[in-house]
Write a protein of this length. Structure first.
Length: 215
């Protein structure tokens, strides 16, 4: 494996620090992360179906994983697309397309309130470097990544990975999956999520899971 370094910061451009042999530990145990999922749902009366995992170096010899939780809403366009896909139709908005569908995050201290009618028009303050293709092999059911504590046999999991240099932002507070290679005004959305703002530094990696439950 070839590791590329950011010359300005002298940090590796990686999806995870494990790629360069650095030990990565969780800030919380698996049981604590599950407990926080339950606490989130009890407090917000919403399922914690968006899970962000930030990985940051702590000193020169290890990295730490931290979990951030949020809730997402499938839009009307998204529901229609799931139904069309299940009926073996060609979806009007093909959120499964390999190149014409992008994740996007926003940088703003104030959370938006997702609505089923949302399009990319309402997604203010998008982060340019966050507009990115989903991770290869996704969506999955169930998710093979153990960091996704919200997966399951009847849950469709979507994932995106951000490297250290994809972007940095002070208040990551929202996420969408848009049906365009370059989302713009009016672009349909599969989902829209909001979560308590957190920062991503230029030395942090980030992966984000979006889980949709079928019952």
């Amino acid at each position: 494996m070839v590791i590329i370094y950011d010359k300005k910061l002298d940090v590796p451009v990686v999806d995870t620090y494990a790629q360069i042999g650095m030990p990565v530990i969780h800030a919380e145990s698996y049981e604590q992360r599950l407990e926080r999922l339950l606490e989130f749902e009890d407090k917000n009366h919403k399922k914690a179906n968006v899970i962000a995992i930030r990985e940051r170096p702590e000193g020169p010899h290890r990295a730490v994983k931290e979990q951030f939780l949020g809730a997402n809403l499938v839009t009307t366009a998204g529901k229609n697309s799931y139904a069309e896909k299940a009926s073996a139709q060609t979806p009007t908005n093909d959120f499964w397309h390999a190149t014409n569908v992008k994740f996007a995050l926003r940088d703003n201290a104030s959370q938006l309130t997702p609505a089923v009618s949302d399009t990319y028009t309402v997604f203010a303050n998008p982060i340019a470097g966050s507009v990115k293709l989903r991770t290869s092999g996704y969506p999955q059911t169930p998710d093979a990544d153990a960091d996704n504590t919200g997966d399951g046999a009847n849950i469709v999991s979507w994932k995106v990975d951000y490297t250290t240099t994809d972007f940095n932002a002070t208040n990551v507070s929202g996420q969408v999956i848009a049906s365009a290679a370059t989302p713009t005004t009016g672009t349909p959305l599969l989902n829209h999520s909001a979560f308590t703002p957190f920062a991503k530094a230029s030395t942090d990696t980030l992966k984000l899971f979006v889980n949709h439950t079928f019952s």
